[in-house]
Design a protein around this ligand. Sequence first.
Ligand code: PLP
Length: 420
Amino acid sequence: MFEMRSDGESHMDKFIYLDNAATTRTSPAVVEAMLPFFSEYYGNASGIYSIGVKSKEAISESREIIATTLGAKPEEIYFTAGGSESDNWALKATSEVFAAGGLPNRGNKGAGDDSLPVRNHIITTKIEHHAILHTCEYLQKQGIEVTYVNVDENGLVNLKELERAIRPETFLISVMFANNEVGTIQPIREIGEIAKKHGILFHTDAVQAYGHLPIHVEELHIDMLSASAHKLNGPKGVGFLYIRRNLRISSFIHGGAQERKRRAGTENVPGIVGFGQAAKDAFETMEKRSAYETELRDYLIARILKEIPYSRLNGHRTKRLSNNANFSFQFVEGESLLIMLDMEGICGSSGSACTSGSLDPSHVLLSLGLPEDLAHGSLRLTLSAETTREEIDVTVETIKKIVERLRSMSPQYEDFCRHM
Ligand SMILES: *Cc1c(COP(=O)(O)O)cnc(C)c1O
């Protein structure tokens, strides 16, 4: 769709890349925008000499671009080293401020003051990314209480259960904007309204959504939002946390005065510039790109479900990211399917990149209520604007062949056919 495939004889052209939820190709326009900030304008952004000023201006420009995309103010955008860091910051720093044992200015005014409850409770969901789930587990060891709300069979958060989970001690609700494995988009506005009504902070891990869906932090009542550049054709290792102004949250990295003293460290200028360019491009092309991806996604889904028996689509049929398709094939091991696809030059995933390589079934698919064997036999294919219909056709034909082959070797399948 976009002319991004310019690497000529590169062997990568032979691959069909369908793992864009894990990471995306850094676009040539982004690389071009970043390059001068490595060896030409390499000055420290805090310096007063002119090449430093150039870095400083470039950072400001990226911050402005990103703020505009969210309906936020530039001073509400804090650059980090990626989505995981932003998620860690949002959860750990608010816990520190609100929970007992935190900073002196914490919600309860200190020992002996019974007029205000200790606020030490977080509500999140069972299908969050590990950057949230493992941070919650860590915080639980520090005495924070966490409720993990259920989702329905399509991956949608149960809003009634979420509201019922609220206690006087709850200080934070953290629900992802869209799920990285099955692509389900959550009712973020409703969740924001619930949080606001109860005077609770609302954080959303929007790493999969930012650059792919329109987001307005005011309209959606979002207090904190995590995003990462490499999920929208930007570079790896740079992200941001949106923090609503006047929100009490402690600094994450202590050191220099960068990022309004909240996240110290010499700025990753090329990365931040690349993120700004990626955000600009993503928002300019969003409508066209998502229409293109949705059509291709639906074509892929329709063909797989029609042409491969005992296959199912995981996640919501329509409330899903435009580039996400996630399937389960009965009697097929996801890992074997992936390995055989890789041998044919097709890159897919069995779920989150963090769990592939381990034999645990996906926590997301189990939460959707899939039995273990189906949660093991899943295949996630995530498209991009560069994906072509021919690539989808080749992929479908290849999956058909492989699934047939794997089933022909499966004793369970043989058994199943015999009893039909
Ligand atoms: C990729 C991803 C992250 C982690 O982002 P990094 O920049 O790789 O640290 C967090 N949450 C979700 C939903 C993701 O998809």
